[in-house]
Design a protein around this ligand. Sequence first.
Ligand SMILES: *[C@@H]1O[C@H](CO)[C@@H](O)[C@H](O)[C@H]1NC(C)=O
Ligand SMILES: *[C@@H]1O[C@H](CO)[C@@H](O)[C@H](O)[C@H]1NC(C)=O
Ligand SMILES: *[C@@H]1O[C@H](CO)[C@@H](O)[C@H](O)[C@H]1NC(C)=O
Ligand SMILES: *[C@@H]1O[C@H](CO)[C@@H](O)[C@H](O)[C@H]1NC(C)=O
Ligand SMILES: CC(=O)N[C@H]1CO[C@H](CO)[C@@H](O)[C@@H]1O
Length: 269
Amino acid sequence: MSAFLFAVTTVVATTLARTSGADNKSNDSDRSVEGTIRYDDSDRSVEGSIRYDLSVAHKACNYFGMDELVWNHISARHGSGWLITPGRRMWDAIEPSDIVSASDNCTADIIHSAVYKVRPDVKAIIHLHTKYAAAVCCIEGGFIPLTQDGSFFFNKVATHEWEGVSDDPGEGERIGKAVLSIPDCNILLMPNHGFCTFATSVKEAFIQAFYFEKACETQQNSTGKKLLVPPAEIMKKSERQNYSDVFRPGECEWDAVCDLIERKYGVGR
Ligand SMILES: *[C@@H]1O[C@H](CO)[C@@H](O)[C@H](O)[C@H]1NC(C)=O
Ligand SMILES: *[C@@H]1O[C@H](CO)[C@@H](O)[C@H](O)[C@H]1NC(C)=O
Ligand SMILES: *[C@@H]1O[C@H](CO)[C@@H](O)[C@H](O)[C@H]1NC(C)=O
Ligand SMILES: *[C@@H]1O[C@H](CO)[C@@H](O)[C@H](O)[C@H]1NC(C)=O
Ligand SMILES: CC(=O)N[C@H]1CO[C@H](CO)[C@@H](O)[C@@H]1O
């Protein structure tokens, strides 16, 4: 009986997540400023689908080795604020109900609120310290897109120099300036620290982070060799193709990632 109930709950949660999706374009005009969370829980079904996607994204980071113990954050706008990683919990154990509407971590508030403030189009942010991206963060010149996977980020990388652990609210303004300096950027590279990807949905932000880490791995493994850097016009063409409706990050991958995570970890227990 309880197994039956669990199965029903899982199916309902999964269907909800996949039909209503987290790409919901909520009204941004009253979005929170400077980390002030005014949580709008008026739409339960939208909230449920965002929580589901956030839980899957945390568990998928754990599955693919992209997490770092209890640190780092994934967030998604909801209502006039955003939902975010609870902290103090391993990412394979983050369930939809564990996601919080305000972080107890000031670092996350500064970085995430800075990006949401200057980019109304951004609905989800992932901040990670994955190993290959962290290595690329420590190389002069930073990220070099070399492959088809890397073309997602061609001319889309903003940079914000490390200021130590982010606890100075003034840093938010500097992060905002960095993000605005590269039109349509989808990566904030944080030298000697890590990176953020930002996107129109949780699934898109996760898939971007996956490909960014992979592109950094390719770059790192090519270090010290003579690089074949593709012509800019080919990268530009590939970038546009990658962002067409069919290949938009997450479009083809996300349901399969959800299936994988349901099989390996389960969601919603
Ligand atoms: C999107 O979210 C807003 C606010 O949460 C809600 O009013 C609206 O109905 C949602 N739209 C869809 C298509 O789910
Ligand atoms: C968003 O809300 C503001 C004020 O609440 C309203 O003026 C505006 O038309 C709304 N925009 C959309 C796209 O719903
Ligand atoms: C917040 O999280 C970051 C990692 O994302 C960590 O470096 C920092 O120490 C945390 N700060 C607090 C106050 O918990
Ligand atoms: C990069 O190098 C590591 C260590 O040699 C290897 O395990 C990994 O498969 C390589 N990755 C790529 C994308 O070449
Ligand atoms: C996010 C992004 O870069 N989107 C681009 C993808 O390609 C389309 C079509 O060429 C562009 O209009 C978008 O700006």
